[in-house]
Design a protein. Structure first.
Length: 154
């Protein structure tokens, strides 16, 4: 199984944190990442995203390139416990999955899966993606990482 852990794109300033939309720059960086993922033949049946608008908008842009039915989920907010989702993923037997969330959650989740501890070892810029793969033994490892700054265009 492959798991794509994505930090939402750059968000505009707004009065309510949960309703902050992506900025035009954020939309652009997520489109570039989506094109990269499409070029790597990434396809997922489901994209989980947090309840925050910027995560939903990021998931919508990604879904145009990699497919995936959007599924809004609680437990994916910035300060939610990554170990709860990590346990769920250890038992997840469906096809590949994409999760769109926030810092520090995305970093904690990737660290929890790969290292067994939410040590926040990953530096996710906005729009960044890490592709994790689970071996038959249940062990996770990082296959690749990309951020918008690593891609052409702006």
């Amino acid at each position: 199984m492959k798991l794509y852990v994505v930090r939402h794109g750059d968000a505009a300033n707004a009065a309510s944190d949960s309703e902050r939309p992506l900025s035009s720059y954020g939309q652009s960086e997520v489109r570039r990442v989506a094109q990269f993922m499409e070029s790597k033949s990434v396809a997922v049946p489901t994209i989980w995203h947090s309840t925050k608008r910027r995560a939903r908008e990021t998931a919508e842009i990604l879904s145009t390139a990699i497919g995936g039915r959007l599924e809004e989920r609680t437990g994916l907010s910035p300060n939610d416990a990554a170990d709860v989702v990590a346990v769920e993923l250890q038992n997840y037997r469906d096809a590949d999955l994409c999760i769109v969330s926030h810092l520090p959650f995305v970093s904690n989740l990737a660290s929890e899966l790969v290292a067994g501890s939410p040590a926040a070892a990953w530096n996710f810029s906005t729009g960044a993606v890490v592709c994790l793969e689970r071996e038959a033994t249940g062990r996770w490892w990082a296959d690749w990482f990309i951020s918008p700054a690593m891609l052409p265009g702006e």
